[in-house]
Design a protein around this ligand. Structure first.
Ligand SMILES: Cc1ncc(C[n+]2csc(CCOP(=O)(O)OP(=O)(O)O)c2C)c(N)n1
Ligand SMILES: [Mg+2]
Length: 556
């Protein structure tokens, strides 16, 4: 049997996702580019999934859909072909925008490579309704099914105002590549169960989750201490990034990144708080099809779900009594402790040792009632903290610009934190991060000074790339010039020029001494590091740690 046309499969996936998301009425205007949708909608209608209405004039079709959406208080869709057809939807889209009606516009389009080529009936459909839609998306012809599902979930959440409280029109522009006719008929079977992925804001209350079970809590940037509370209440392992505000308490599992290959396959449910961005094993866990993924996002119209696997998006979770999970937490904790011990065997001063030393100092200062802020640079710094640093005291303030994870503006952000809190700030940054914002060391003669201690990990270039694909031996020839980007700046002289104190810490003892010195004014502690063998050193270290994890897990 010939394979089904990709356009037909994309159209069926889209129709299925709309039905799962609660669309019951679709108004179609005939056309060629939208043919895959026409066939799929007719089949869905015949199978009782939805009611299909057909109108020749798109302006009429859109207003009919608007009326259906108003009548039912549920999203209704209008589907058109490409070109002027789409422009004819504009009046109804504007009405929906101002009246807050969940009108779902689906416009068929040429594939991306045919746009702006003079192809027939092809114009700029993306953004054609300007700011009227609450949300829009441009789906390529080869969009995979999982992504179609994710886009439709987000589109319908925006249309109904589930998160924003602001319902209105949304626009899905979908590219279809020839052939537009299905190779075979489609018999849709029983209607898919409606899936309420995104809890409506008005529901307000928390999702009940039974304690126990093979659940883990993932706390990304900005999760807050509630993630630690949740993990403790449920008896669950807590995989908390350093800047989550939740890397605290007995459930925080150190070096969790190295445990996921061993234990990740057993996870049945993941509660995600904040925005996890740091580690590929966590991304891989979230991308797995098996575990139930619950995104706990108290605010915001956009929620983190990169893999598009979220089964529920809720404002809060309440832990209710539940079963026992056969030493689930205990295994994670023992494995984490083993990984941490193995990681600490590295000799001398490296990024991991600096992370441990600075974190210990911050914890001591916090305990002594001298709280300050610690700022972490992007790149290896924040990841080294994620790997090496144990649970921290509750309330200890760790900040990183994880919004977009830039290496820019880090010293200036730290300066702003010092000005804003009136207290001391310690910033740990890589050399390129430091040099990117060297201008941030400039203090105008009439400006207030700040207590800012910069711990500069100077490995003369961007070491993170060595740990990625780019650092593979077979790419060595291009590596240094366009990724490593070595530099030979005389940092001591640069600091002198800016009137900033400079010291060098080349050993653990020198670093301890520098950290113990009171942070008055602006100072830089330069830690010289070597990145030549980082890739192999880190791989070997991770291997030792994973071996220790395995031994621990089989022994118990
Ligand atoms: C503004 C900006 N430009 C480029 C990047 C891409 N980038 C990520 S890490 C990195 C290198 C950082 O080097 P360094 O600060 O020395 O840290 P290391 O990797 O050595 O730990 C670059 C250029 C970025 N994140 N932000
Ligand atoms: Mg560097």
């Amino acid at each position: 049997m010939t394979a089904e046309a990709p356009a037909a499969l994309l159209a069926r996936e889209l129709v299925s996702a709309l039905v799962r998301g609660g669309v019951r009425d679709v108004v179609l205007s005939p056309g060629s580019r939208s043919a895959p949708l026409a066939y799929a909608l007719l089949s869905a209608h015949d199978a009782g999934w939805l009611r299909l209405h057909v109108r020749v004039d798109e302006r009429v079709a859109a207003f009919v859909a608007l009326g259906l959406a108003r009548a039912e208080g549920a999203p209704a869709a209008v589907v058109t072909t490409s070109g002027t057809a789409v422009a004819n939807l504009h009046p109804a889209v504007l009405e929906a925008a101002h009246a807050g009606v969940p009108l779902v516009v689906v416009s068929a389009d040429r594939p991306h490579e045919l746009r702006r080529t003079g192809a027939n009936q092809t114009t700029e459909q993306v953004g054609i309704f300007a700011s009227a839609p609450r949300w829009d998306a441009d789906l390529p012809a080869d969009t995979p099914p999982r992504a179609v599902h994710q886009v439709v979930v987000r589109a319908l959440a925006a249309a109904t105002g589930a998160r924003s409280g602001d319902p209105g029109p949304v626009h899905l522009n979908v590219a279809f590549r020839d052939p537009l006719v299905p190779a075979h008929g489609w018999e849709p079977g029983p209607a898919p169960e409606p899936q309420r992925v995104v809890a409506p804001r008005s529901a307000g209350d928390a999702l009940d989750v039974p304690a126990g079970g093979r659940t883990v809590v993932v706390a990304g940037d900005g999760a807050g201490p509630v993630a630690a509370d949740l993990a403790e209440a449920g008896g669950w392992p807590l995989l908390a990034e350093p800047t989550s505000g939740a890397r605290t308490g007995p459930n925080a599992v150190p070096a969790y990144r190295l445990l996921l290959a061993e234990l990740g396959g057993e996870v049945e449910r993941v509660l995600v708080l904040g925005r996890p961005t740091l580690s590929r094993p966590v991304s891989a866990l979230l991308a797995r099809p098996e575990p139930e993924v619950v995104v706990v996002a108290p605010t915001g119209s956009v929620w983190p779900d990169v893999a598009g696997t979220a089964d529920r998006v809720v404002p809060a979770v309440r832990v209710v009594p539940g079963g026992d999970a056969a030493d689930w937490l205990g295994r994670w904790r023992r494995a984490g402790a083993a990984a941490r011990r193995a990681l600490a065997t590295g000799a001398g001063l490296d990024g991991l040792a600096v992370a441990r030393a600075v974190a210990a100092t911050a914890a001591r200062e916090h305990a002594a009632g001298r709280p300050g802020v610690t700022v972490l640079g992007s790149s290896m710094t924040v990841r080294d903290w994620d790997l090496a640093v144990p649970a921290l005291p509750r309330g200890l303030r760790l900040v990183a610009n994880r919004g977009l994870a830039g290496i820019d503006g880090t010293l200036s952000t730290a300066t702003g934190l010092a000005l804003g809190t009136g207290g001391p700030v310690r910033a740990v940054v890589g050399d390129l991060t430091f040099l990117h914002d060297a201008g941030g060391l400039l203090r105008g003669a009439l400006e207030e000074d700040v207590d800012l201690q910069v711990i500069l990990l100077n490995d003369r270039g961007g070491s993170i790339f060595a740990t990625l694909e780019h650092g593979a031996p077979e790419r060595a020839a291009s590596f240094e010039r366009v990724f490593g980007t070595p530099q030979d700046v005389d940092v001591a002289a640069l600091c002198a020029g800016y009137g900033v104190r400079h010291t060098t810490a080349a050993s653990p003892e020198e670093l301890e001494a520098a950290l113990a010195a009171p942070a008055r004014g602006r100072s830089v502690v330069e830690v010289p590091l070597d990145r030549a063998h980082l890739r192999t050193d880190r791989a070997a270290l991770a291997e030792r740690a994973v071996a220790a994890v395995r031994r621990t897990l089989t022994a118990t």
